[in-house]
Write a protein that binds this ligand. Structure first.
Ligand code: AMP
Length: 179
């Protein structure tokens, strides 16, 4: 039987913690570590995410550094497909392509290894939290620049009040729970 979104949403709501004023005043950080530490909840979460990857016909899962890696790597393994890393600048050892984007008060960028994705590969992009959507939109743009087909985007928690979904209009989006 497949893992229902509702059952995983209940686990996320029960186990994830709010940490106020982290990493800076005014931000309520959604901490997924208690969910990861619970074997049954972590297992159910990965089952759900890997089934989503299979449902949309993904051939690889792309994780966004760093918490995206924790979810994307086991989901890729469980779905029997590859795992691709999108990293912060200067972390990947080989030749990279970079996509910069604007955060609230600063600029950042994501990098991918050149040649790691075969053109035409169907990918799901995965992260823990969809907040303003800037990171996810940059990830999708970068994957498309290297010729991938972004067939899905997957998040455990969507912060609906930040409107990140608007930056991903027209994309196949799956969020386990909206807070
Ligand atoms: P975004 O604003 O959607 O570009 O989010 C930027 C990155 O920071 C994403 O990788 C999110 O996972 C993470 N992030 C943003 N806001 C939060 C939050 N309130 N709690 C935990 N992670 C967050």
């Amino acid at each position: 039987m497949s893992q229902s979104r509702e059952s995983v949403a209940r686990l996320v709501e029960e186990l994830c913690r709010d940490i106020p004023d982290f990493p800076k005043p005014g931000v309520i950080f959604k901490d997924i570590t208690p969910l990861l530490a619970d074997a049954a909840a972590f297992g159910a979460t990965i089952r759900y995410l890997s089934e989503y990857c299979k449902r949309v016909g993904a051939e690889a899962v792309v994780g966004i550094e760093a918490r995206g890696f924790i979810l994307a790597a086991p989901s890729a393994y469980a779905a029997g497909i590859g795992f691709i890393t999108l990293r912060k600048p200067g972390k990947l050892p080989g030749k990279t392509l970079s996509q910069s984007y604007t955060l609230e008060y600063s600029e950042s960028a994501l990098e991918i290894h050149e040649g790691i994705v075969r053109p035409g590969t169907r990918v799901v992009i995965m992260d823990d939290v969809l907040a303003t959507g800037g990171t996810a939109a940059a990830a999708a743009d970068l994957l498309e620049r290297v010729g991938a087909e972004v067939v899905g985007m997957s998040f455990l928690i969507e912060l609906g009040f930040l409107g990140g979904r608007d930056k991903l209009a027209g994309r196949q989006l799956d969020t386990v729970t909206t807070l």
